[in-house]
Design a binder for this molecule. Sequence first.
Ligand SMILES: Cc1cc2nc3c(=O)[nH]c(=O)nc-3n(C[C@H](O)[C@H](O)[C@H](O)COP(=O)(O)OP(=O)(O)OC[C@H]3O[C@@H](n4cnc5c(N)ncnc54)[C@H](O)[C@@H]3O)c2cc1C
Length: 460
Amino acid sequence: MKMNRREALKLGALSVAAAATMATVTGCNEGAKPASASKAGKKVCKHKIVVIGAGFGGLTVAKELKKRDSSFDVLVIEKNETFMSCPFSNTYLGKIAGVNLGTLVHDYAQPVEANGYEMLHAEVTSIDRSAKQIHTTKGIVEYEILVMSPGIGYNYKGQFPNWSDEKIKHIQRIAPGALIPGKEHVILERQLVDMEDGNVVITVPSDVKYRCPPAPFERASMIAAYMKKEGIEGKVIILNATNKVSKGAAFKETWKDLYADIVEHIDFATIQDVDPVSKTVTYHLADEMEDKGYKVKTVKYSVLNLIPNNISSPVVEMSGVETTTDGFKKVVMNGCSFQTKTDKDVYAIGDVVAHGIPPSGQTANWTGKQCADEIAHRLHGKAFELEVKKTPVKAGNVCYSMVSDNPEEAIMVTHDFSWDGSLIKGAGHVPKAPSGIYRSSATAKATRDWYGGIMRDLFA
Ligand SMILES: Cc1cc2nc3c(=O)[nH]c(=O)nc-3n(C[C@H](O)[C@H](O)[C@H](O)COP(=O)(O)OP(=O)(O)OC[C@H]3O[C@@H](n4cnc5c(N)ncnc54)[C@H](O)[C@@H]3O)c2cc1C
């Protein structure tokens, strides 16, 4: 029997997923110094520098510390057995040529071998800063210096206070946010491959601070490209809680030019509820609330990508360091630094830092390098100031979004970083291509090159 293109897609993705689960696991205790017996009686190890999270920030700081001094004793604690990339994952949903799950999944054994730090696969469950102990599912780890790069969590409770814990779990399973590395992207991809005609609804968080602000709009573009390619009848409906669209002019130009009959973007749409049985989302519009009284609208979906409000990973709360008072609860930093304001022995990098720089993988990589410099100088007893305090950093963040397939085209934003006296700030610029429009094939090539480059930086 001959398989059609979509059946082949289903089979291909499944075999890569199976291969991804066979990745190597590395251990904590080989080089670790034994420490005193723990209260829980569990095995304890001690390391000079412990990094929580082996994502974009954590892998960078661990590698860069070892580069600066190979004698540094560095342990990374990571709960997942394999690395899964959020950047480039929307091209996997768009079925861009040559992209599959294997493009996103990486084996942690590789950077451990290449860079000489250690890795413990365990989940951090609590942190006792006074005892300098991290409690994990595999025992207690003691540290002298702690670096937190744990990424984000979802704040369903804050956004949907009336939802029960069961409902939240159910919605998370059937309509994953797919902003956190792991199975969520795979679930979403399966749903898209399995869908017949119908709408894909993407909700954008009501809190303007969330991981990778262009991600929902890149996702909408890639899913529209996929539906167009596969002849799937339906729309990609973006229910945006605000009227903010990152790289907005560039995305809107693309939707008008390429997906006018597919992408529908609705401003100020506040999600009220999801009914998984009738497969409907109910929402209201802000102006209708104010002007005409309370009007609820309903939209039917075949696939729902409900992206809830973001909050710093629970690891930040476990550490008890001072956080911002907004919904995200980012870590308050000690001036122009990646040391926390609360504790000189605790540092934070990546999406959880409260500097005014964009929460991106590229920024996490930059913060990891800066933080490694800061810690290395400290351990070598040398004075240190971040370069950005004196000189603005050109294009500290470059973030690409693939927007079309056949031909492949992308858009981009760059951010220059500077110190404004209280925060490290990022000023964004979305350039047009020489053709006079935002998207181009050259930027699509740069997107692929960027992804290959940053993966080499993290894993080699
Ligand atoms: C769809 C999408 C597209 C994106 N595209 C881009 C892009 O094109 N360019 C770009 O620069 N950025 C992009 N990003 C943003 C980028 O993924 C994040 O900004 C980046 O991953 C942040 O790095 P981090 O180290 O802070 O967190 P993460 O990379 O998420 O790493 C956190 C790590 O901590 C681990 N962890 C969490 N809690 C615990 C615990 N209790 N115990 C042990 N381990 C724990 C997690 O498992 C994870 O591995 C995109 C994001 C999404 C969702």
